[in-house]
Design a binder for this molecule. Structure first.
Ligand SMILES: Nc1nc2c(ncn2[C@@H]2O[C@H](COP(=O)(O)OP(=O)(O)OP(=O)(O)O)[C@@H](O)[C@H]2O)c(=O)[nH]1
Ligand SMILES: [Mg+2]
Length: 415
């Protein structure tokens, strides 16, 4: 038998270890240089209508389960002396036209009664035109908080001048013929683009970290006795929602394809921006409305309904979100299609944030016609627990997917 000297054996072991490490590092630890390929792994061999029913029943049973406030040990409850209270760096934010004054008052009255009179967070009002005196004077009567009335500058609000007007006109006509709401309303496209990629950099908004977005003519049914912004900060939440829905797929035909294109940029390195605990199943589900996932090339169209949001703008200001949304903008999809800020925010947070940092505010009773989040809680009044929408819209519920696929036990048990 040939005896290999000990020194050589040791050398061989070292060489073997180094080569294996390099191989493993490149093959496993470093992402492979290949295109992104999202896979939805669930399969249910039952008819689609049955899936809709099952998901809806589950939503109703969750909403009917009695709850109270989040069961964390760090809730900061309403305070007796607001003038001494150290507020979070946060604001209540609304975009509105002067003509929407009554709708704004309708909702502010509820937000003040249910939440803000206990804390006095400031409000930011945004408009593409100047707010008139009547608007400003009337609003002052309903809150003691600081009010900021802000104009969105035309260069931020208006569409970029490189948008091909002829193409835009033709595409909008096609979408309008398919009954896509607001397809041919340019201001609506501007609004969606502003909320998708600009609101967090508005000079006034820049001073804040957290925002609560609200809309005119929406309802808030429940007393909120704790500071929701401190809840976000103390529990590392970056995004909070109340209602989750499917979208009209025709309005976002290429949004997912362009997202994949973006993730494949930089020699496929952009996919490193995806969070290791991203909510991929929520984004790629294809059981309840498979035609939507097919039409968009892989996106379920599930989104958080952004007419209510509580968010951390540091996330929106991050490199991942910003480079992606700027890429989206460069494709012209906000104008050649009718991309909403809801799917844009939702894809953004679902891909680039840890899903554990996205919070369902199950305790915030809320309605924006025609959908409601009505918890079974003695803090709520004026809505029917478990009622989500009309029967013919049941299949638009996507909250059950969020619950089934993305919430872990601690998220499910927080209420
Ligand atoms: N200042 C201003 N605000 C706008 C404009 N378009 C929309 N908004 C505001 O942007 C928010 C969203 O617009 P909505 O018309 O409610 O859009 P939506 O919720 O998709 O549609 P609805 O079902 O009609 O409520 C609301 O707060 C509007 O007041 C606009 O051209 N100018
Ligand atoms: Mg609305």
């Amino acid at each position: 038998m040939i005896r290999i000297p000990k020194k050589i054996t040791r050398l061989l072991v070292i060489i073997f270890s180094i080569t294996s490490f390099i191989y493993l590092y490149h093959g496993i630890i470093l992402p492979s240089k290949s295109p992104i390929n999202f896979k939805f792994n669930y399969y249910k061999d039952i008819p689609r209508d049955q899936i809709v029913e099952e998901n809806y029943e589950k939503l109703v049973s969750i909403l009917k389960t009695p709850i109270n406030e989040p069961k964390t040990n760090n809730l900061i409850k309403s305070i007796d002396n607001p003038s001494d209270y150290k507020l979070e760096n946060a604001t209540l934010m609304i975009m509105a036209r002067n003509s929407e004054l009554n709708g704004v008052i309708y909702t502010i009255k509820q937000i003040e009664e249910k939440f803000n009179s206990k804390f006095n967070y400031p409000y930011v009002f945004l408009n593409n035109e100047d707010f008139n005196l009547k608007f400003k004077e009337k609003i002052k009567k309903f809150t003691k908080s600081n009010l900021y009335f802000e104009k969105i500058q035309p260069e931020i609000w208006n569409q970029p001048n490189w948008i091909n007007k002829e193409r835009q006109k033709n595409e909008m006509k096609l979408l309008k013929n398919q009954n896509i709401a607001y397809a041919n309303k340019l201001s609506y496209h501007n609004m969606c683009r502003f909320y998708s990629m600009n609101f967090y950099n508005h000079p006034r908004m820049k001073q804040f970290k957290y925002y609560w977005r609200f809309e005119p003519n929406t309802d808030y049914f429940c007393n909120i006795d704790y500071d929701v912004f401190k809840f976000m900060e103390l529990n590392n939440k970056i995004y909070g929602f109340v209602i989750s829905l499917y979208d009209s797929h025709q309005s976002i035909k290429s949004l997912w394809t362009e997202t994949i294109n973006f993730l494949n940029l930089n020699n496929f390195n952009n996919k490193n921006l995806i969070n290791s605990n991203a909510a991929i199943n929520f984004l790629t589900e294809n059981l309840q409305n498979p035609e939507k996932t097919k039409f968009t090339n892989g996106y379920s169209t599930c989104h958080f309904w952004s007419n209510f949001e509580i968010g951390n703008m540091d996330f929106f200001r991050s490199n991942a979100y910003n480079s992606w949304v700027n890429y989206l903008d460069s494709t012209g999809g906000f104008y050649y299609e009718r991309w909403g800020d809801a799917p844009v925010h939702s894809i953004g947070v679902s891909l680039f944030a840890n899903k554990n940092d996205i919070h369902w505010f199950r305790d915030i009773g809320y309605k924006h016609h025609p959908y409601t989040n009505c918890p079974n809680s003695n803090k709520c009044n004026g809505c029917e627990p478990g009622k989500f929408t009309f029967d013919n819209l049941k299949d638009q519920n996507c909250l059950t997917n969020w619950w089934n696929f993305e919430m872990d036990d601690s998220a499910k048990q927080i209420y």
